[in-house]
Design a protein around this ligand. Structure first.
Ligand code: SAM
Length: 277
C-alpha cells in the first residue's frame, strides 16, 4: 500500500476477492501466500485508482475480461534467460551425466512464465548433444505469458544484458548463436522451439499428465502456502520416473514436506533432488 492508496486491502477484502475469482473463473487462489496476494491486489487497486471496493466487486461480476486481467495481475511473471547462472552450472556439472544415459529425456518446466528458463535448458541440452532425444513440456497457469513463450520473441536489450548469465552458467559459445534478430527483437532458433510443447496447466487443480526424468519448478512454490506446497510437491513426486530429478527455487524447500524422506539431495544450494528409487 502506498501513502496515496484510496482503499486498503485487508484480510476481509482479500477473502472477498479470492471467493469472487473462484466463483467467476474457477481459479482457486485460497492457498496462495496471503501476503503476496494482498500486495498484488493493492497494486491493482492503486494503479487503476479504484476508490470504491463494492463497485470493484460489482464490476468484476459483470465483466469476465476484468476478472481475467486481475488474475494475471495476481501472478508474478519475472524471469530471465539463464536466471541464476550457477543453477544452470550445477545442471551442467551434476545432472547432465544422468540425462546422458537415458534413451529419451522428458522434462517438465512447471510455472515457466514467458519461457526464458525453458529456452535456457534447451540451449544447455543442445550443447551436450542431448536436445535431439529430449521432449520438453513447459506449462503455466497464465495464457498470456505462454503466448510469449510460444512465440520465442524477446526484447533484444534484455538478452544482451543477460549474455553474461549464459557465460557464467558455463556456456562457451555466444548466446546469439541461438537466436536471430528481427526488427529489434530476438527470435529463438526453430531447432530449440521444435523440442518444446507449451500448454496451460494449473498446479492447484490439474493432475499429473506424464512421467518425467527432470522436473524444474523454480520460484513458483514461494507464492503458495505450506499445504499447497506439499500438495504440489506430491504431484511432482508422482510425475517423476525412477531416480527422476526435481529442481525447485533457491528460496524454496522440500524439507518437512511429505516427499522429503523419499528424495536425496543432489545440490543443497541449488535445490536439486533425486528420487531415491
Ligand atoms: C516468478 S515466475 C517463475 C518463472 C521461472 N520458473 C523462473 O524461475 O524464472 C512464476 C510463474 O508461476 C506461474 N504460476 C502461478 N501459479 C501457478 C499455478 N497455480 N499453476 C501453474 N503456474 C502458476 C505464474 O503464472 C508465473 O509465470
Amino acid at each position: 500500500m502506498t501513502s496515496n492508496s484510496i482503499i486498503k486491502i485487508g484480510d476481509n477484502e482479500l477473502d472477498e476477492i479470492i471467493i469472487l475469482i473462484n466463483d467467476y473463473s474457477g481459479y482457486d487462489f485460497s492457498d496462495y501466500s496471503k501476503q503476496s496476494l494482498q500486495r498484488r491486489v493493492q497494486r491493482y487497486i492503486d494503479v487503476n485508482k479504484i476508490s470504491d471496493f463494492k463497485q470493484l466487486l460489482q464490476d468484476l461480476i459483470n465483466d469476465s475480461a476484468m476478472v481475467n486481467n486481475l488474475i494475471e495481475e495476481l501472478t508474478v511473471n519475472v524471469t530471465e534467460i539463464f536466471r541464476d547462472p550457477s543453477f544452470f552450472a550445477s545442471i551442467r556439472n551434476e545432472l547432465v551425466s544422468q540425462l546422458n544415459n537415458l534413451p529419451v529425456i522428458k522434462i517438465w518446466h512447471a510455472g515457466c512464465s514467458t519461457g526464458e528458463e525453458v529456452y535456457s535448458m534447451a540451449i544447455l541440452l543442445k550443447e551436450y548433444n542431448l536436445l535431439d532425444k529430449s521432449i520438453i513440456y513447459a506449462t503455466d497457469i497464465n495464457q498470456t505469458v505462454l503466448d510469449v513463450a510460444k512465440s520465442g520473441k524477446y526484447n533484444l536489450d534484455s538478452f544482451k544484458e543477460n549474455e553474461n548469465n549464459y557465460r557464467e552458467s558455463g556456456g562457451n559459445k555466444n548466446l546469439s548463436d541461438y537466436y536471430t534478430v528481427l526488427n529489434g527483437e530476438v527470435l529463438m532458433n526453430d531447432e530449440l522451439k521444435s523440442k518444446i510443447i507449451f500448454s496451460t496447466h494449473n498446479l492447484v487443480s490439474d493432475n499429473a499428465f506424464n512421467q518425467f526424468d527432470l522436473i524444474i519448478c523454480r520460484n513458483v512454490l514461494i507464492y503458495f502456502n505450506k499445504s499447497l506446497q506439499d500438495k504440489v510437491l506430491q504431484l511432482f513426486y508422482n510425475s517423476l520416473t525412477k531416480k527422476g530429478m526435481l529442481a525447485i527455487g533457491s528460496k524454496e524447500t522440500l524439507l518437512f514436506s511429505p516427499i522429503e524422506s523419499k528424495m536425496q539431495v543432489i545440490n543443497a544450494k541449488w535445490k536439486t533432488w533425486k528420487k531415491k528409487v
